[in-house]
Design a protein around this ligand. Structure first.
Ligand code: NAP
Ligand code: ZN
Ligand code: ZN
Length: 361
């Protein structure tokens, strides 16, 4: 059976399908339109008609090989929202027409202690990333900058009715990457939480922390986005370019979540924590950072990291966002604007997530 699915050639009897996509042909090369091969829909797979794909700063790190070991050509995109176009014979969770999402992982070993605990992102054998990874069949994975994607139903999320697909797409990475540490470190009433960097992740962190009931402070490089920050739910907004900020807030915060994509002077930020406070880093800069360990010793402070979230927790986050009416603030772009959007993200000129309209791919 040949399914007419946009420009994709989906021959349900063949082993593969040909799908239009945007790819970086090599490290640092601009992304361009191409076609990729995807596996045919297996028994436990869903075929998703991608409607929107968010642009995460991680896409840029990887498309430019900033983290090393990139697999090219690379089709980025791990903030995927779309509609189920076909299901395999054994699929029970989804049917054609369902609104679904895919985040940063498309599989894991499903057997290790972490996978069994719903922490597939920390799979002992390494989860299989949505792109820039090798799938269980040994083929490279390709992400959401494409018309269609085939994903096992176990790694497919349900997008609640209350959330439009375009504002839901960024939740699949920016939403869960901030929800998970905020939940784990108990952001809530009575807690003073700071978010460093008001970009894609940062603006979701502000919305989610506010919805959890915390007192939220934004620490941004400048006051340029202050009005937005307060509108999104922040109670306070400071510029980190002003040294007075670090004097004023010294020892005052319970939790800091840093979403900054570049190395930060950690000692300065750790000094903002109360006794037993925690600095949780989700930003993934390309260079290492240095640290004076006395910044932790004095005040029994913790320095931690956090990576995305498990599948069950991602569903919980989507349901939480729907319940609280939280979508991303987005600028929808056409696929041919991807390279321009990358430059704007690098210049911190994004309010607050670019989302590709997949119909333009
Ligand atoms: P983004 O939209 O570019 O936001 C990053 C923000 O950091 C910028 O908007 C800017 O905020 C601030 N910033 C940028 N350069 C800075 C600098 N040199 N000094 C201080 N602040 C700076 O990026 P994103 O998509 O939110 O991603 C943020 C980081 O998280 C990336 O490194 C990404 O790879 C990583 N990430 C990690 C995970 C994970 O699982 N841990 C998941 C997704 C993404 P202001 O303009 O407000 O200062
Ligand atoms: Zn991401
Ligand atoms: Zn595992």
């Amino acid at each position: 059976m040949v399914l007419s699915a946009g420009d994709s050639v989906v021959d349900m009897t063949a082993q593969t399908m040909i799908v239009p996509a945007y790819a970086a042909p090599s490290a640092k090369a601009p992304l361009e339109r191409t076609t990729i091969e995807r596996r045919a829909v297996g028994a436990s797979d869903v075929l998703i008609d991608v409607k929107y794909a968010g642009i995460c700063h991680s896409d840029i790190h990887q498309a430019r090989d900033g983290w090393g070991e990139g697999i090219f050509p690379m089709v980025p995109g791990h903030e995927i929202a779309g509609v189920v176009a076909a299901v395999g014979a054994d699929v029970t969770k989804f049917k054609v027409g369902d609104r679904v999402g895919v985040g940063c992982m498309v599989d894991s070993c499903r057997e290790c202690e972490n996978c069994r605990a719903g922490l597939e992102q920390y799979c002992a054998k390494g989860n299989i990333q949505t792109y820039n990874a090798l799938d269980k069949n040994g083929e490279p994975t390709y992400g959401g900058y494409s018309k269609h994607i085939v994903v096992d139903e176990a790694f497919t999320l349900r997008i609640p009715d209350g959330l439009a697909l375009d504002v839901a797409a960024p939740l699949l990475c920016a939403g869960i990457t901030t929800y998970s540490p905020l939940a784990h470190w108990n952001a809530g009433p009575g807690k003073k939480v700071a978010v460093v960097g008001l970009g894609g992740l940062g603006h979701m962190a502000v919305k989610i922390a506010h919805a959890m009931g915390a007192e939220v402070t934004v620490l941004s490089q400048s006051l340029r986005k202050k009005d937005d920050g307060l509108r999104l739910g922040a109670d306070h907004y400071y510029a980190t370019s002003d040294d007075a900020t670090f004097e004023q807030l010294a020892g005052s915060l319970d939790l800091i979540v840093s979403t900054v994509s570049a190395p930060l002077p950690l000692d300065k930020y750790l000094g903002l924590l109360k006794t037993d406070g925690a600095f949780v880093n989700v930003g993934a800069p390309e260079e290492p950072v240095s640290l004076n360990l006395f910044s932790l010793i004095l005040g029994r402070r913790s320095l931690a990291g956090s990576g995305i979230g498990g599948i069950q927790e991602t569903q919980e986050m989507l349901d939480f966002c729907a319940e609280h009416g939280l979508g991303a603030e987005i600028e929808v772009i056409r696929a041919e604007q991807i390279n321009e959007a990358y430059e704007r993200v690098l210049a911190s000129d994004v309010r607050y997530r670019f989302v590709i309209d997949a119909d333009t791919i």
